[in-house]
Design a protein around this ligand. Structure first.
Ligand code: SF4
Length: 226
């Protein structure tokens, strides 16, 4: 790989980060968004104290052939680093499926690599017009919507996940779920938000079974996680 990949951490085996697959997760350094509820603040800076050497990670993955089925690039925002494309190619050469966790901040970069992916977990933050109520950078909703359009058009398998922070109005959740349904999203996971002490702060929508039942009619699958 010509460009250095900045990796902030790795989980060598997980069953929850790529549905139905035994996977390793590589946490890419760097994210520009600063979401209200971010639990990976140590990954936000693009300048880590030290990065895990990519060759060491490849050697570890190599030793797990036959045990692992997939490798997921997570973050941070993996698409921030231009070295991601080469890293994906390296992982594919080892015979693993490739997953990506992204919030869609870089649609042009997603468009370049989407055909090399096997699965994407796509985070939706808020109704697209009000992204700055969660993301501390203005005008990101249009970028997220564009990324989601690229993903839908790609035919790559994916799910949309939305973390329901207590500050998000129920009307905004309903609005964005109906919008992404009309765009072509089939699978949605509503995630419970946790505070800094890892305690669940439950959004009121989770108690409204009738509303959840009604919203589930817009998707093949609408589930709750957390
Ligand atoms: S997009 Fe993810 S990594 Fe980036 S600030 Fe938001 S929650 Fe944290």
């Amino acid at each position: 790989m010509e460009q250095k990949l900045l990796v902030g951490g790795i989980i060598s085996l997980t069953t929850v980060d790529y549905p139905g697959h035994l996977a390793a997760v590589i946490f890419m350094q760097g994210c520009t968004w600063r979401c209200k509820y971010c639990h990976n603040q140590h990954l936000q800076s693009i300048l880590p104290k030290e990065s895990l050497p990519w060759e060491d990670i490849l050697n570890l993955l190599s030793s797990r052939k036959g045990l692992l089925e997939a490798v997921v690039f997570s973050g941070g925002e993996p698409l921030l680093q231009d070295a991601l494309a080469d890293a994906i190619a390296d992982v594919k050469k080892l015979g693993f499926k490739v997953g990506l966790h992204t919030a869609g901040a870089f649609p042009d970069k997603l468009a370049k690599i989407v055909s090399s992916l096997d699965w994407v977990g796509f985070d939706v933050k808020h109704s697209f017009k009000d992204y700055d109520k969660i993301v501390s950078v203005p005008n990101q909703g249009d970028l997220a919507r564009k990324s989601l359009e690229i993903l839908i058009a790609s035919n790559v398998d994916f799910e949309v996940r939305m973390t329901l922070h207590e500050s998000i109005e129920t009307s905004s959740i309903v609005e964005v779920l109906k919008e992404i349904s009309s765009m072509g999203v089939k699978q949605v996971v509503l995630q419970k938000c946790r505070d800094k002490n890892e305690k669940v702060v439950e959004h009121p929508i989770f108690s409204d079974k009738l509303l959840l039942e009604d919203l589930s009619k817009y998707f093949d699958s609408l589930s709750v996680r957390g």
